[in-house]
Design a protein around this ligand. Structure first.
Ligand SMILES: [Cu+2]
Length: 774
């Protein structure tokens, strides 16, 4: 027995050994096989069948190349009559502030795009600050034709005839250098002991525990002034949340910096006529002093703190494109299934041109005009600050995007080039992204319930959209700027402010102007308002505008006349003039519909597109208040005007620093009250929201809940929802009764049940973060 047992054990052992070796071998072989084929990288290819787009729009709407920008600069600098310095400009130099593409005349552009006309000349616009002239001024020039310019001519930003004050120019690097490197350190040298004793931080010659500075606008209280309140903040991560309540009012109006002076000082709620007065009274002990405790470095930044009740260190979901991109980008031209458009990034941000759906133009131009935040408060900063980002080179602040965070890894990232507030073109790497994504909500779906515990069919269309995005960081706030293209012909413009609040030192009746949100910090109430230009072309440029509203009708029940009935009826109201088509904030918006009166869909309706706002805006200021003139567009949720080459923008880069006599006064666009029936029309759309900062705005205002924008959506433009052509639709039907089978209909290459498997090409996270010479 024992021998047999022993032999049996041996066999069992050998068998087990053999099985184990086989499993190991098989595992190694399978692993090797899998490694050879999987995981594979997702293909980086564009697969778009069908009609190739007409690429003409690339040529006329693309931004100036670095070479073109340099050519324009050299052309202007080489003209001795203009007396412009090439570099090392100071406030009293004549120097170029910016150069960018000047959009072509629309009639010429359409003649070229649609009728085989001549290609419009490529023209640049340059803004020159002429500080060296006896009477310093601002000059704008148009320069053409590119790439080899032969002429330049003066240009006026609007129909305006009056001269634009030199004091209304945006703040520039030469001025900042003079202000922050020379003037302020010297001016504040004498108060270093006050800063040290009061805040434990200093400014002059500081190497540790330093204060930093920031100034607000408008720069004064009447036209022609250039007097800035400069605030001091502790230089910590998230310094916007560390104001100390010390400000100086600097008069820097003169192009001669020797004439600059401190005109007022604000210290802990008290005003002084000079730095000397503050020092004398402080040293004598005759004023209220403050000894501010050190702030927590952690709590104003992004360092992780606290913990969720339940938590994981697993990474989150990622997206991938199993068959490659379903859109293509050629330079500044994008094709996404039915959609084509061109884009550029001007001084005021992304502009989208020549938007077509299945080859039919819907929009000629759409883009931001201004992004403003109007503050309130009980110190000079809060009570004065009215930020108009057109005056702070919004469009040229589209800094580098972080892959996988600012846009998906799968996005196409593009570089941009700006010649703004610099003496040469600068490259902004990866500063625009384009991507397709699944919004996670079906665009359409229906289950046809059979009411006998079964169904007759299910239809669903995945909501894939294409997004083009930039993120523009204008000092404290970061604005996520999106244009989104849906397969059913809808276009969405959306902006999300995030980043840091402008906050002030909490004192006195601060709660009247917001909430206390941090150590000694008031989150100042402000209103975000954003203006868009929408130059639509509905079946050509001969368009009309109407409202469609519901009107209640008193009637009787037909089959029972003794009963009264109230019910809504549809009322179409054609607007004939510009003043009839301007909607202030005191009205609830009806349907806002742009139509071509001579084009009908299959059902006899005028073909149209509708503007629908997603906004909680409020008027900024009363209309009779002088400062409000610079943002007159904000009087209207939407205003419709006849398109003119002299009314290209609702705002101007000069409005910020001279809001009292603005270079562009939008009300003038409406005041001539032109006929808008069967005309080329532009809609000026204003969106925004009131922001009462709260403790959760620390460290940053979140994008969630803080977006605004509008939709441009078909309204009887098509005979049916044009997304019926989409291949992303899936239909499910039950198989033969009792079979338990499902019949699946789908039109993409891959079955939804057997998806291609590949890995997106994710590179290690790198970030340059700088913009450098080309
Ligand atoms: Cu805000």
């Amino acid at each position: 027995m024992s021998e047999m047992n022993s032999a049996s054990r041996k066999w069992v052992f050998l068998t087990l050994l053999f099985v184990s070796i086989s499993i190991i071998l098989a595992t190694v072989l399978i692993h090797q096989h899998v490694n050879a084929n999987f995981p594979k990288k997702c293909p980086n290819k564009f697969v778009l069948n069908g009609i190739k787009p007409d690429y003409k729009a690339i040529e006329i709407f693309s931004d100036l190349t670095p070479t073109e920008l340099t050519t324009v600069k050299d052309f202007l600098v080489s003209d001795k009559n203009l007396n412009i310095v090439a570099s090392e400009a100071t406030v009293n130099s004549n120097y170029i502030y910016m150069i960018e593409l000047y959009n072509p005349d629309k009639k010429e552009a359409l003649n070229y795009l649609d009728h085989g006309g001549a290609k419009p000349a490529r023209v640049a616009k340059a803004v020159v600050f002429r500080g060296a002239d006896v009477q310093p001024s601002i000059a704008e020039y148009l320069i053409g034709p590119l790439p080899n310019p032969t002429w330049y001519r003066p240009h006026s930003p609007s129909t305006r005839k009056r001269v634009i004050n030199f004091s209304s120019r945006p703040t520039t690097i030469p001025e900042y250098t003079a202000l922050y490197t020379h003037f302020l350190p010297k001016a504040l040298e004498k108060v270093n002991h006050i800063l040290e004793e009061s805040y434990g931080y200093t400014y002059h010659n500081c190497t540790k525990k330093c204060l930093t500075v920031g100034e607000v606008a408008p720069k004064g209280l009447k036209s022609g002034e250039r007097r800035s309140w400069v605030m001091l903040l502790r230089q910590l991560e998230g310094f916007y949340l560390h104001p100390v309540g010390f400000h100086v009012l600097v008069n820097h109006e003169s192009s001669n910096t020797a004439k600059w002076a401190v005109e007022k000082v604000y210290y802990h709620g008290q005003y002084f006529i000079s730095i000397e007065e503050l020092i004398t009274k402080y040293d004598k002990g005759s004023i209220t002093k403050i000894k501010l405790s050190d702030s927590s470095r952690e709590s104003s930044g992004y360092n992780r703190r606290g913990a969720f009740r339940a938590d994981t260190s697993q990474t989150g979901p990622r997206q991938y494109e199993p068959e490659g991109h379903r859109y293509r980008v050629d330079g500044n031209f994008v094709q996404y299934m039915p959609w084509t458009f061109a884009f550029r990034i001007s001084y005021m941000g992304l502009q989208i041109f020549d938007i077509k759906y299945n080859g039919e133009r819907i929009v000629y131009e759409m883009g931001l005009q201004d992004v403003v935040s109007y503050y309130t408060g009980n110190d000079p900063i809060g009570s004065l600050f009215r930020a108009m980002d057109s005056g702070w080179h919004f469009g040229a602040d589209n800094f580098e995007l972080v892959k996988g965070i600012d846009c998906p890894h799968t996005a196409t990232y593009l570089d941009t080039y700006h010649f703004v507030n610099s003496d040469k073109p600068l490259k902004y790497p990866n500063s625009i992204c384009i991507f397709e994504h699944n919004t996670g909500v079906p665009l359409r779906r229906h289950l046809e319930d059979e009411h006998r515990r079964g169904y007759s069919f299910y239809g669903g269309l995945v909501n894939y959209v294409l997004v083009i995005r930039s993120v523009n960081t204008v000092y404290n706030y970061d604005y996520v700027v999106d244009y989104i293209f849906y397969q059913n012909g809808v276009i969405e413009a959306k902006i999300h402010p995030t980043g840091y609040l402008v906050a002030t030192y909490f004192l006195g009746h601060g709660l009247k102007y917001g909430n206390k949100i941090f150590d000694h910090v008031l989150g100042n109430v402000h209103t975000h308002m954003i203006n868009y230009k929408l130059d639509m072309d509905i079946v050509g440029t001969s368009n009309s505008f109407k409202t469609v509203n519901l009107q209640l009708e008193n009637t009787t029940v037909v089959w029972s006349p003794e009963h009264a009935k109230v019910m809504p009826t549809v009322k179409h109201d054609l607007k004939k003039t510009e003043s009839e088509a301007a909607f202030k904030f005191d009205v609830r918006l009806p349907y806002l519909v742009f139509v071509n009166e001579n084009a009908r869909n299959k059902w006899g309706a005028q073909r149209g597109y509708r503007v629908q706002l997603t906004s909680h805006g409020n008027p900024l200021l009363p209309e009779d208040y002088e400062e409000e003139k610079s943002v007159a567009w904000s009087r209207y949720q939407m205003a419709v005007t006849k398109r003119k080459e002299t009314e290209l923008y609702s705002g101007s880069i000069y409005n910020q620093h001279d809001p009292w006599d603005p270079a562009v006064y939008f009300q003038d666009f409406i005041n001539d009250n032109e006929n808008i029936v069967n005309q080329d029309l532009v809609a000026w759309v204003t969106v925004g929201f009131v922001h009462i900062p709260h403790s959760e705005d620390v460290p940053n205002t979140a994008t969630a809940c803080n977006g605004a924008g509008f939709f441009f959506r078909p309204f009887n433009f098509y005979d049916e929802d044009p997304s019926v052509a989409s291949r992303d639709v899936v239909i499910l039907r039950p198989g033969p009764p009792g079979s338990g089978e499902t019949r699946v209909s789908w039109w993409t290459e891959q079955s939804p049940t057997e998806p291609s498997v590949c890995l997106p090409d994710i590179q290690p996270l790198t970030y340059n973060g700088t913009r450098g010479p080309v």
